[in-house]
Design a protein. Structure first.
Length: 170
């Protein structure tokens, strides 16, 4: 009987110790996973570009240094590409679409942030002869993204939205 009681108590202690070790192991794994996620969120991958320098391969193609982390509005027509249009911008790309202005605005409001850009402003810029005009500014380390979204009015055909992309690298 004494042997049975000691065996039973030993079994209880053994199970208790095992349970504590399992909980500690799970906590360690959770802490490692949280640290990995936090480190991953803080590290921004370098954008993939076909070329470091802006070059225009064809009038109906994006410049060679277009990065993969800038959301491209697919249902559109490329109308203009220029390398170094001024002292600040690496390139200027213009597109037009007949999609609803609010849909285009919504696309950029969601997708720019999804690509881990820090959006500093996304506001109405004034009519300037357009029925709608939004200007988005966003940053990543050493880079700035500027997207103008202009809709119809005196400057564009009715129902047309123009999207202008510019990137600055510091």
């Amino acid at each position: 009987m004494k042997f049975l009681t000691i065996s039973f108590l030993s079994l209880i202690l053994l199970v208790g110790c095992t349970r504590d070790d399992t909980n500690n192991s799970n906590e360690v794994i959770d802490n490692v996973n949280e640290a990995a996620i936090t480190e991953q969120e803080q590290t921004l991958p370098t954008p993939v570009r076909r070329s470091e320098e802006c070059s225009i391969l064809a009038s109906d193609q994006l410049p060679a240094n277009w990065p993969d982390d800038i959301p491209f509005y697919v249902n559109s027509t490329l109308t203009y590409v220029e390398c170094s249009p001024n002292d600040s911008d690496s390139y200027e790309v213009r597109l037009t679409t007949t999609d609803e202005f609010d849909d285009v605005v919504s696309f950029f409001g969601t997708n720019v942030a999804d690509e881990k850009w820090a959006v500093s402003s996304f506001e109405d810029t004034g009519p300037y002869g357009y029925a709608g005009y939004k200007l988005l500014n966003a940053q990543k380390e050493g880079r700035e993204l500027i997207i103008d979204i202009r809709h119809s009015g005196d400057q564009l055909p009715e129902g047309t939205t123009e999207i202008i992309y510019r990137e600055r690298i510091y």
